[in-house]
Write a protein that binds this ligand. Structure first.
Ligand code: NAP
Length: 215
């Protein structure tokens, strides 16, 4: 059976490693969509791919453009009838987090409800969004064997973190991608993961490391 995969924000770092890793581990009949918001960067990433067996297609997809996302979903449905694996890897943030970012930049965060360190609350926002979606879809998804989960990949040595954090010992994106790919390709129907936060960072115990379950 042909498997269809989509990776958002796949033009560099973890997203690129996930797209390339899927394309190497899937079969020739399978299709991997390497997507990004800029056509030049998508083309460049397509040229950088190596060792892939699956059919990789580059597509422009800006996830902050709702209509574009709906058009893309419709096109995937028309072409393939559905999708098997989606890595929602992009770092785009919603309006509330953007408003907070702006008050941090203006130096006005102290005295308001938001802290000045944007990283941790933005992750809480991402995990909460997954939980809301999971709550809406849980019964039907479990019936159909669909997994939705938040993944914490741990610290990755990429430009996104390098300017803020001490990256000593942080693994590169290709290494970080491995347990994420294992999870998507081998354990997708494990109901224990549904709606949870799966910690896959280096140093976490167990094959799929630790799980903060959905309650
Ligand atoms: N780096 C870490 O230590 C770390 C730790 C924990 C979690 N994470 C998470 O892991 C993911 C990947 O991290 P990373 O370090 O590889 O990030 P990155 O190097 O900053 O890459 C992020 C990707 O997201 C894309 N993107 C941003 N806005 C987009 C939009 N509106 N539509 C489509 N794509 C968009 C970027 O595309 P452009 O090229 O167009 O900018 C880029 O390809 C992120 O979700 C991040 O929050 C990272």
């Amino acid at each position: 059976m042909t498997r269809i995969s989509i990776v958002t924000g796949a033009t560099r770092n973890l997203g690129f490693s996930l797209a390339q890793g899927l394309a190497r581990r899937l079969d020739e009949d399978d299709v991997v969509y390497l997507t990004g918001r800029d056509s030049g960067r998508v083309d460049q990433s397509m040229r950088l791919l190596s060792g892939h067996r699956a059919n990789v297609r580059g597509e422009v997809l800006d996830v902050s453009d709702r209509e574009a996302v709906e058009r893309f979903a419709g096109a995937i449905a028309d072409r393939h009838g559905g999708v098997d694996i989606v890595f929602s890897n992009h770092y785009a943030v919603d309006r509330a987090v953007c408003a907070w970012r702006d008050i941090v930049r203006q130096g006005l965060a102290a005295g308001q409800a938001w802290p000045e360190w944007i990283n941790i609350p933005s992750k809480i926002g991402q995990v909460a969004a997954v939980r809301v979606l999971a709550q809406q879809r849980r019964a039907e998804d479990l019936r159909r064997g669909i997994l939705i989960a938040a993944i914490s990949p741990g610290l990755i040595d990429t430009g996104a973190s390098r300017q803020w954090l001490d990256m000593t010992g942080a693994p590169p994106p290709d290494e970080v991608a491995i347990p994420l790919l294992d999870l998507a390709l081998e354990a997708a129907s494990d109901a224990a993961f549904y709606g949870g936060l799966i910690n896959l960072g280096r140093g976490e115990p167990g094959r799929f490391r630790t799980l903060v379950p959905w309650i």
